[in-house]
Design a protein. Structure first.
Length: 343
């Protein structure tokens, strides 16, 4: 069945051009020697994995070795060499084994037209919405999925969902009838875990997303609640095209991974302007060196702008809007960086 693909506005969702531009700006020129050395090491890594799959070796061991070796190679070569190698890896025969995993396959094929879509996150959440597709996976695919859904990145995404729900509930404890805005909300799965929503202690919760399919999913799932799903993007926020009002809590949890620093600074400033006095803005960004970036960027075809705590602080330092408090922390497994700014 042909899947719906949304159009991108160049700011809100990842594009190959935006990630490659970021890579080019932070790397050296590509040399023939670098390419040859990288290709030779990559060929060995992938051949070992292929041989292990063909020999029916334990899948968990194959995946652990593959992800660790890919990560070591990514850390060794220049960013531009790595970009070249990712394209080479994606055409290797070992992908026929890896793409049996429904999570890897959905990420690689991008049926919605972009990386990191809400349906992909549902595979990470092990949500009932994807249970049928998981059930239909081959025996090998199910074993690979058992590995990818427990990878550091997946654990961090599930933790992020729970932390968002906790932040919303904490705001509701202090503010009667709190108003919340989620930017690039996806399917808003954190709302399913919010006690404040269940007890009716929120005035409104706006779920803003550029993907109309995600907007429709949220509208259907939370019909009759205080949640309102709206079609919108970073571009509409920066251009003030929508009159959304002001909020006690605004968050963008899966968006900054795709934003160049200049856009991230502008979006942060705009979100701070939309807060009520004492309001909080939370941004989240995948952290560098969580150990699975190599696999995500090759076989999952999921490129991100990975950042350090210092990179996130650099965004904050460039923001020209007064704040009363800033905290930059990591989640329990260290895979996601959280910055919370209070006005």
């Amino acid at each position: 069945m042909k899947q719906f693909q949304t159009a991108l506005d160049g700011y809100s969702l990842v594009t190959a051009q935006s990630i490659s531009k970021h890579t080019r700006s932070s790397s050296n020129s590509l040399t023939t020697e670098q390419i040859k050395e990288g290709e030779a090491e990559l060929a060995l890594i992938l051949s070992l994995a292929q041989q292990a799959f063909e020999a029916s070796a334990p899948v968990q061991g194959i995946m652990k070795a593959l992800t660790e070796r890919l990560q070591a190679l990514k850390n060794k070569v220049t960013p531009r060499t790595w970009t070249h190698l990712t394209a080479t890896a994606q055409t290797h025969p070992v992908s026929s084994f890896l793409l049996q995993d429904p999570l890897t396959r959905w990420s690689f094929e991008k049926p919605r037209g972009y990386s990191g879509d809400a349906y992909l996150l549902d595979f990470i959440y092990e949500h009932p919405a994807v249970a049928e597709q998981v059930k239909e996976a081959s025996a090998l695919g199910a074993e690979v999925y058992d590995f990818t859904r427990q990878a550091a990145s997946a654990v961090a995404v599930r933790e992020r969902r729970d932390l968002l729900a906790a932040h919303v509930d904490a705001v509701a404890e202090k503010n009667d009838k709190a108003e919340i805005l989620a930017i690039a909300a996806g399917h808003l799965r954190e709302a399913e875990r919010s006690q404040a929503l269940q007890s009716g202690r929120l005035k409104r919760w706006i779920a803003l997303d550029q993907d109309p399919v995600s907007v429709g999913t949220v509208s259907s799932a939370f019909h009759g609640s205080c949640i309102e799903a709206i079609n919108g993007s970073v571009r509409t926020i920066l251009g003030r095209a929508q009159k959304l009002g002001t909020f006690d809590f605004i968050y963008a949890a899966g968006l900054y991974d795709y934003l160049a620093e200049s856009v991230a600074v502008r979006l942060t400033e705009r979100c701070l302007q939309m807060l009520k006095p004492g309001g909080k803005f939370l941004l989240a960004n995948f952290a560098k060196d969580i150990g699975v970036e190599g696999y995500m960027e090759t076989f999952m075809n999921w490129p991100l702008i990975w950042r350090t705590n210092e990179d996130v602080q650099s965004i904050i330092d460039k923001v020209k809007h007064p704040v009363t408090d800033v905290s930059v922390t990591r989640g329990e497994n260290g895979g996601v960086i959280y910055a919370v700014l209070t006005v």
